[in-house]
Design a protein. Structure first.
Length: 150
């Protein structure tokens, strides 16, 4: 649902404000840097095993999850809309990206279950590596590299 809404909103924004992508890249990059900082300084002493989530809470959380909004508001305008314009093509990409996102989620859940003990034992090191990867992602999303290279 969010990808479909993203296509509609981004089509309107691209027509009205063509430079909105740059603003979204900057905001997204700062948010990713904030997430990197949060992961790096995460308190690993607490016990989170008693936290329970339901399907409905997980489903509703996607509508307020900034990472999901960042994904849906950047992937279509950055990688699809410059090359494809028709409603049918955009709808096909929504379906394809939805399937890819679902498969990524399932893979994430399966590997998370398999790696849980390892990640708990080496949580500090894992957090540092993940924070570094988030910083790298922020640099890539920002477009800074393209500015300096050419």
């Amino acid at each position: 649902m969010l990808l479909a809404a993203s296509v509609i909103l981004n089509t309107l924004l691209a027509a009205i404000l063509p430079k909105i992508l740059v603003i979204m890249q900057v905001i997204g990059s700062f948010y990713i840097l904030y997430l990197a900082y949060q992961v790096f300084k995460m308190d690993i002493s607490g016990d989170i095993s008693k936290t329970a989530a339901t399907f409905m809470s997980g489903f509703l959380m996607q509508f307020v999850n900034p990472k999901v909004w960042l994904f849906t508001m950047t992937v279509i305008p950055s990688y699809v809309m410059p090359y494809y314009k028709s409603s049918l093509e955009l709808s096909m990409f929504v379906l394809i990206l939805t399937m890819i996102a679902f498969l990524a989620f399932v893979t994430w859940a399966l590997f998370g279950t398999a790696l849980k003990r390892f990640l708990q034992e080496y949580q500090r090191a894992a957090n540092i590596v993940l924070a570094i990867l988030l910083v790298y992602s922020a640099v890539e999303v920002s477009g800074i590299v393209e500015i300096f290279l050419g």
